[in-house]
Design a protein around this ligand. Structure first.
Ligand code: ATP
Ligand code: MG
Length: 259
């Protein structure tokens, strides 16, 4: 069955301050949606709210994945249902090895009674790490501890490959990646494109979208999607910046503090 992910009128606040002011977005399986937008306009907040981060209170709207109410689910349940977020700033967890973390995450996704065998897990992990040209030593390092910026991002993609999510959110996956790593990560994403998987890719630069061609590009300002188009929208933004969008829409200050 093809995946359907739908966000309707989503509003979210942090400590009483409204950041997301009504987001509507529909992502079908096989589609790649890119979200661009100036700093501080709510892009990461959208990612966090969708994953159920406790700091981000949802005050209105609905989110469904294949008809199931996502907002009703806890963080674990969302991951289990197939939501995946590669964070803009992945957390370091001392004392938990990458392998341990990944295995628990995979088992949480698979559900009780359906755990992956150790041998199969190691084989899969080794295979995917090879695809991503990661040094096998990363398996036994503590999660993200002392990882370089680019190593963290590659490790997020490793998680994505192993978890086989239904809806993938990548928040600035390209930041910190060297030129070769960007290509490797993009290849990993492209290899995952399929009818039962949708992508929401937050990025500042068209460069990533040269490798991962989006079906739709959205611009976020003031906690809303203010403009949508195809890949050509990203090209224009790269060339001209955001002023023309603001002028066209009569937006003076694009940050969420306003309007
Ligand atoms: N936990 C928080 N506490 C206070 N303010 C927050 C918190 N999280 C987000 N904000 C505020 O919400 C606004 C939107 O932040 P968000 O991280 O969503 O922006 P962004 O669009 O991802 O920006 P960038 O492109 O710089 O990553 C910012 O003004 C930010 O300071
Ligand atoms: Mg952000």
């Amino acid at each position: 069955m093809s995946t359907q992910f739908e966000i309707q009128g989503l509003k979210s606040s942090i400590e009483g301050k409204e950041i997301l002011k009504g987001i509507d977005l529909k992502i079908k399986g096989g589609e790649v949606h890119a979200i661009m937008g100036p700093n501080g306009t709510g892009k990461s907040t959208l990612a966090s709210a969708l994953m159920g981060h406790p700091k981000y209170e949802v005050t209105d709207g609905s989110v469904t994945l294949n008809g199931e109410d996502v907002l009703d689910m806890g963080v674990d349940e969302r991951a289990r249902a197939g939501l995946f977020l590669a964070m803009q700033y992945p957390s370091e967890i001392t004392g938990v090895t990458n392998a341990d973390f990944l295995r628990s995450a995979i088992n949480a996704r698979r559900g009780e009674g359906n755990e992956i065998s150790l041998i199969k897990f190691v084989r899969q992990m080794e295979g995917k790490m090879k695809e991503l040209e990661m040094n096998p030593e990363f398996m036994h390092r503590y999660l993200n501890e002392g990882f370089s910026g680019g190593e963290k991002k590659r490790n997020e993609i490793l998680q994505m490959l192993l978890l086989e999510p239904k809806l993938v959110i990548l928040d600035e996956i390209d930041s910190g990646l060297d030129i070769d790593a960007l290509r490797i990560v993009a290849e990993g994403v492209n290899a995952m494109r399929s009818e039962d998987r949708g992508f929401l890719i937050i990025t500042h630069y068209q460069r990533l979208l040269n490798y991962i061609t989006p079906d739709f590009v959205h611009v976020m300002m003031q906690g809303r999607i203010v403009k949508s188009g195809g890949p050509e929208l990203a090209t224009r933004l790269e060339a001209e910046g955001y002023d023309w969008v603001k002028e066209e829409l009569g937006i003076v200050d694009e940050t969420v503090g306003q309007a």
